[in-house]
Design a protein around this ligand. Structure first.
Ligand code: GLN
Length: 269
């Protein structure tokens, strides 16, 4: 039988991925693996680890294989029913949190795993945080993550604002679907495995952003803030949209890779 070092190398996967999957398959900590690289692998462990390595080799996202992804320092459950939380969305969380007044009300539209709502509620015990999603399967994951990290999050099944008549918020935040239906990236990498509902938004990818920006005006308090993530080439269109709809103080922010990523506007009411 091979030792652990040989087994990991034979997977052909990046070292960290091979280790994380091996630790999961063998039921040990990654630190144990690192300390036992020269040990021979018992056949049962080799089989279990090999099965996980094979899934990754076939392209399945590592977050779905492990069933978890770290976001803003919190371990979040993820399944193929939800988008995998991405580092660029941490910018959206920072901006939403910065604009939320003490004791304020925040709504996360299309919450998916709950990443935005749960991290903000975790950091801000004073805030009253709501999360909605049209997908019952996604909402179940959001509820699970809320129960673990921020049980005060109020999760509601809703197609955008449909189930929230009359509710008004200080901040409405969203990482909506914003990929154009014809974008070839949908057939590549992790995106192949992620829910289309969370990714695709019409011919130019702006269909859901337009609905959210228009309808949010009925759900923001005077002076309330809309903040949403968008595609790398949608910064100018997002700013124009908010200005045309009557928002002011409109700004667009670059993510850590210096790509236009999050648009913010203030509803004067
Ligand atoms: N950032 C994702 C991607 O293009 C898309 C996420 C989304 O549509 N909200 O990889």
């Amino acid at each position: 039988m091979p030792n652990w070092r040989e087994l990991l190398a034979a997977s052909g996967l990046p070292r960290l991925e091979a280790q994380l999957l091996a630790a999961r398959g063998a039921g040990v900590k990654r630190s144990w693996l690192l300390a036992h690289e020269a040990d021979e692998v018992v056949p049962e462990a080799a089989l279990a680890v090999g099965a996980l390595h094979a899934r990754r080799q076939a392209g399945e996202p590592i977050a779905y294989i492990l069933g978890e992804r770290e976001f803003f320092g919190l371990e979040l459950a993820v399944t193929p029913d939800v988008l995998i939380p991405r580092p660029e969305t941490e910018l959206l969380v920072e901006l939403a949190r910065a604009h939320l007044p003490e004791g304020g009300r925040l709504l996360d539209i299309g919450t998916g795993s709950g990443a935005i709502a749960v991290t903000i509620a975790h950091m801000r015990a004073d805030a009253r945080v709501w999360a909605c999603d049209v997908s019952p399967a996604a909402l179940a994951i959001a509820r699970l993550n809320a129960a673990r990290h921020a049980p005060q999050v109020h999760c509601v099944k809703s197609d955008l604002f449909a189930a929230l008549p009359g509710e008004r918020f200080d901040v409405i935040a969203s990482n909506p679907p914003y990929v154009a239906s014809s974008d070839p990236h949908l057939a590549e990498g992790d995106l192949r495995f992620e829910p289309k509902l969370a990714l695709e938004a019409g011919p130019d990818g702006m269909a859901v952003i337009r609905r959210i920006a228009a309808d949010a005006r009925q759900h923001l308090k005077p002076g309330g803030i809309l903040v949403f993530e968008h595609g790398h080439d949608q910064g100018a269109a997002s700013r124009e949209l908010l200005v045309v709809l009557g928002y002011d103080s409109v700004n667009d922010y670059n993510d850590l890779s210096s790509i236009p990523r999050v648009c913010v506007g203030r509803w004067k009411g």
